[in-house]
Design a protein around this ligand. Structure first.
Ligand code: HEC
Length: 143
């Protein structure tokens, strides 16, 4: 006698399941190995990093990007990871001399960019080398 597949197996997915799957698909890319995902609005850089980035930004970036540039510009990056943004600036900027600076300097500049774009600082420093940038999404400031 052929056994029918159990009803529980063939039943259609519930609304809740489908919503869960959709959310998982939408954000799945952003989940790293340890599952966490954050936003640049969560205080991802320290004040000290932003302070160190200020003179670097003034020297290497300000001529082309005034202090308000990234406030608007970052909106185009919403939903993308910080990794993509960081790699873009570290490999293509400054436009007249791409890759000129050390990674640490680009990180400090990134912290400064976040600070002048109204993102709050926090207790933990930005670290470019531990894979965490993949799990930090670009989103709107908290305020
Ligand atoms: C000589 C001018 C110049 C300098 C100096 C310069 N940039 Fe740029 N930057 C540009 C131009 C032009 C673009 C492309 C803008 C566009 O696509 O509208 C750009 C784009 C970018 C982008 C990508 C923005 C986006 O939304 O695609 C980032 C990030 C960036 N610059 C960061 C920096 C940083 C950080 C520095 C300093 C280390 C810097 N730039 C120095 C001219 C410059």
């Amino acid at each position: 006698m052929i056994r029918r597949a159990s009803a529980a197996f063939v039943r259609r997915r519930t609304w809740l399941e489908r919503t869960g799957i959709l959310i998982a698909l939408t954000f799945g890319v952003a989940y790293g190995a340890d599952g966490g995902v954050g936003s640049i609005a969560d205080g991802v850089y320290t004040e000290a990093q932003a302070d160190a980035g200020e003179p670097l930004y003034a020297k290497h970036c300000l001529t082309c990007h005034d202090k308000k540039y990234f406030r608007e510009r970052l909106k185009l990056w919403h939903g993308q990871s910080l990794e993509v943004f960081f790699m873009t600036m570290a490999t293509t900027m400054p436009e007249n001399s791409p890759g000129l600076l050390y990674d640490e300097e680009y990180v400090d500049i990134l912290a400064y960019i976040l600070s002048i774009s109204r993102y709050a600082s926090g207790d933990e420093p930005l670290v470019a080398t531990d894979g965490s940038f993949d799990r930090i999404l670009i989103g709107a400031p908290a305020r």
